[in-house]
Design a protein. Structure first.
Length: 366
């Protein structure tokens, strides 16, 4: 959904959202989990056991010890388990059930329910009524609330990239940027793999993982620019189209939603790649941006690319997926492609040629 299709309304005050979670925490056992993301400690508080696995499985590789003062606390609960929800304002049925559409090569494409945004001095919130999700963040992004209608109804994209809206807002408050991109690397540093859906990000990232390279993500990662560019992992989950799964049979036992997949369904498989823990990196120096393109050739080849071309591959797909994203994000991505090397990668059908090409590009950045 594009930012033009966002709807701004008055959402519940932060205080009333906090009261709803506190009431849920009073009814249910609270499970505490701690993760280190982008060199910061996240304390996740979850009221009710059903939410624990879907909200934290993709963060398992980032688990850390508790600290007295975390950088952010995220409070989570659902209506199905607690019987409680934030006091949402009334909306009409058309707004609740409507879907935004975009005309593509194959006709109309549905992007999902309206995204309702609130942004004020009291905080920031985003509500997607038809999907049953709500997120709110304080102005300083040191506390947040994540509510869902039911643990069993969590969409696959929220299992593979938990707390995406909150991570986006937290990153913005600290001069970092959540990006729609993959990232892989070596001891020489990391390469950001960028492009719209279907461009080969997941294939490139997973092939590099299988070839022994360091893996930071295939769909979303976080980047900091100061003092030097650095990329941070935010998930150990990969999203794969059903035909892609056949190329990675070793991931089959880790698939989250195997019972909901089929050639006729649009749902992607969510597979966890922490079966080789030593291959997962939490953070690496960022050396370059690579834009892959699927070709009919056999071998993978490097092609020239301008900083502007890299920006156009990165920015639109990031902005469209980050509710409320605006000029600061565009400025950060523009600075990123000016600070690091950029290259195109013509992906060949012989997947074994992909990782060596990226390794050589990273070696040349030294």
């Amino acid at each position: 959904m594009s930012n033009d299709e966002l709807m701004t309304i008055s959402l519940p005050p932060i205080g009333s959202v906090a009261e709803s979670f506190d009431a849920a925490a009073g009814r249910l056992p609270v499970f505490d989990r701690w993760f280190r993301i982008a060199e910061a400690v996240f304390h996740i508080r979850i009221a009710g056991e059903p939410l624990v696995e879907p909200l934290t499985r993709a963060l398992a590789h980032l688990a850390t010890e508790p600290v007295e003062q975390p950088d952010i606390v995220i409070n989570c609960w659902d209506r199905a388990t607690s019987g409680l929800a934030p006091p949402f304002p009334p909306i009409d049925r058309a707004m609740r059930d409507g879907v935004a559409t975009e005309r593509g090569d194959e006709g109309l494409i549905a992007w999902g329910s309206p995204t309702l945004i609130a942004d004020s001095d009291e905080g920031w919130a985003v509500w997607r009524p038809a999907f049953g999700t709500f997120n709110a963040v304080t102005p300083g992004a040191n506390e947040a609330w994540h509510w869902v209608e039911a643990a069993g109804g969590i969409r696959y994209w929220d299992v593979s990239a938990p707390f995406k809206a909150i991570l986006h807002r937290w990153a913005r408050a600290r001069g970092k940027q959540l990006l729609h991109a993959g990232a892989v690397g070596t001891d020489d540093g990391a390469a950001l793999i960028v492009g719209k859906g279907g461009s080969g990000k997941s294939t490139t990232s997973l092939v590099c993982l299988d070839a022994g390279m360091k893996y930071l993500g295939d769909d979303y990662v976080m980047v900091s620019l100061d003092p030097e560019p650095r990329v941070h992992s935010t998930s150990c989950a990969a999203k794969l189209e059903v035909p892609q799964i056949r190329r990675h049979p070793h991931l089959m036992p880790t698939i989250w939603n195997g019972d909901r997949l089929g050639e006729e369904r649009e749902e992607k498989a969510v597979a966890f790649v922490d079966h080789t823990p030593t291959a997962l990196a939490s953070s690496l120096p960022l050396k370059m941006v690579i834009v892959p393109r699927i070709t009919g050739a056999t071998d993978t080849k490097v092609s020239q690319l301008s900083g502007g071309g890299a920006f156009l591959a990165l920015a639109p797909s990031t902005i469209i997926q980050m509710p409320g994203a605006r000029n600061p994000e565009l400025a950060a991505m523009g600075e990123l492609v000016r600070k690091v090397s950029v290259a195109g990668l013509e992906l060949g059908s012989d997947l074994s040629t992909i990782a060596p090409a990226i390794k050589e590009l990273l070696r040349q950045c030294q």
